[in-house]
Design a binder for this molecule. Structure first.
Ligand code: NAI
Ligand code: MG
Length: 350
């Protein structure tokens, strides 16, 4: 029995979470697996219920879980949640910090099934298969002091050697299981934190003589991601750069709606979530692409439960269904969220 704490969250979160859970439930018995889902309030839903985006009971349920599935949090611009004591985004940062989820793994793949749907030329995008390893619990999202005043504001970007070294080790260890190439992305021509980043990553690389390391500045990396995405194997970068570059990379498969992620600590529970947000513009319309959430659940099966076959069968079904033309509007189709989900389940059972 695996205990999964479920944080459906806001906007399209509950819609795509329902899809992922339906897929997990439909396959569990085929693999003699048993899941216990523990739904908890988080984000705007937490604020509505208790004034806090991360209620104490939710955090406790996360500590107690074998794995966590998160949909997405946040409201539209101008949402009353922005005035809460703890906003949805602050709740998410607090959760990542509390669970020490410093390593955010974001696979960016364009399987052949997605080639006809990608807005990028096939010659450029075919064979794209890289992973963004984003540092998740430090940098400018967490640095103090920070202040918003009437006519000026500031944030602080801060990194320690230890924080950089542990994420660099994660990246090299991942690269060793793949094509053994690490691209470290920084802005070392300008930022002090990036100068330290480059030095520490270079030192860590000495422990992995079988891997190659290249350094690239974030601005030119942004260009290379859409021009030569097949150059990359593992990209390791700090919190803000990783957030932006991985959203940019969603142009390669054609939508944010197919990109999952996994967040790990040193030894504790891991969390699995799409890289996108709560998409308030399409919430409640049964038209969100649930693939990002279903594929996040597959990552959970593989990385937390060592259920490789089950994970693979879900991934295969998702792309087979897309290949047959059952796609949601973000990819130019007209399948509804629940129709796409039903097609995936049917595919797995056939
Ligand atoms: P977003 O990622 O929610 O949406 C960006 C665009 O992608 C929108 O046009 C949306 O419709 C589309 N999109 C995203 N996921 C999709 C899916 N599964 N299927 C089809 N289309 C999809 O980013 P946005 O609009 O900037 O932020 C909305 C809210 O989400 C904000 O409150 C923000 O703070 C929050 N947010 C939460 C995150 C999380 O929960 N981890 C991450 C990023 C943003
Ligand atoms: Mg983001």
């Amino acid at each position: 029995m695996k205990k999964i704490t479920v944080l459906a969250g806001d906007g399209i979160g509950p819609e795509i979470m329902a899809s992922a859970i339906a897929v997990l439930q439909a396959t569990a018995s085929n693999y003699e697996q048993n899941f216990q889902f523990n739904n908890q309030l988080f984000g705007g839903a937490g604020i509505e219920a208790s004034g806090r985006a991360l209620p104490e009971a939710t955090l406790q349920a996360c500590y107690d879980a074998d794995a966590i599935l998160l949909g997405a949090i946040g409201g539209a611009i101008g949402s009353p949640w922005e005035k809460a004591k703890q906003t949805p985004e602050q709740g998410l940062l607090a959760l990542r910090k509390a669970l020490n989820l410093f390593a955010n793994i974001r696979p960016i793949c364009v399987p052949d099934a997605l080639l006809p749907l990608s807005p990028v030329k096939e010659a450029i995008v075919k064979g794209t298969d890289f992973i963004v390893v984003r540092e998740l619990t430090s940098g400018i999202y967490f640095g103090e002091p920070r202040q918003l005043q009437e006519t000026k504001a500031y944030d602080t970007c801060r990194y320690t050697e230890t924080e950089i070294a542990r994420i660099a080790h994660k990246a090299f260890q991942l690269a060793q299981t793949r094509r053994k190439k690490v691209t470290s992305v920084d802005k070392a021509n300008v930022l002090a934190t990036s100068k330290l980043w480059r030095k520490v990553v270079t030192d860590v690389a000495k422990d992995y003589p079988d891997c190659t390391l290249e350094h690239q500045l974030v601005d030119s990396c942004a260009m290379r991601i859409v021009q030569q995405p097949t150059d990359f194997d593992v990209i390791v970068t700090e919190n803000l750069f990783g957030d932006i570059l991985s959203d940019e990379a969603s142009v390669l498969p054609g939508t944010l709606g197919v990109l999952p992620s996994a967040s790990h600590s040193e030894n504790g529970v891991s969390l699995y979530e799409p890289i996108h947000g709560s998409a308030p513009d399409i919430a409640g319309k049964n038209c969100a692409n649930p693939a990002s959430m279903i594929l996040s659940a597959a990552l959970m099966l593989r990385q937390s439960f060592q259920e490789e076959k089950m994970a693979q069968s879900i991934e295969d079904a998702v792309f087979a269904v897309m290949n047959e033309g059952v796609v949601t509007p973000d990819l130019g189709g007209n399948a509804k969220t629940d129709e796409f989900t039903a097609a995936v389940i049917k595919k797995m059972q056939s």
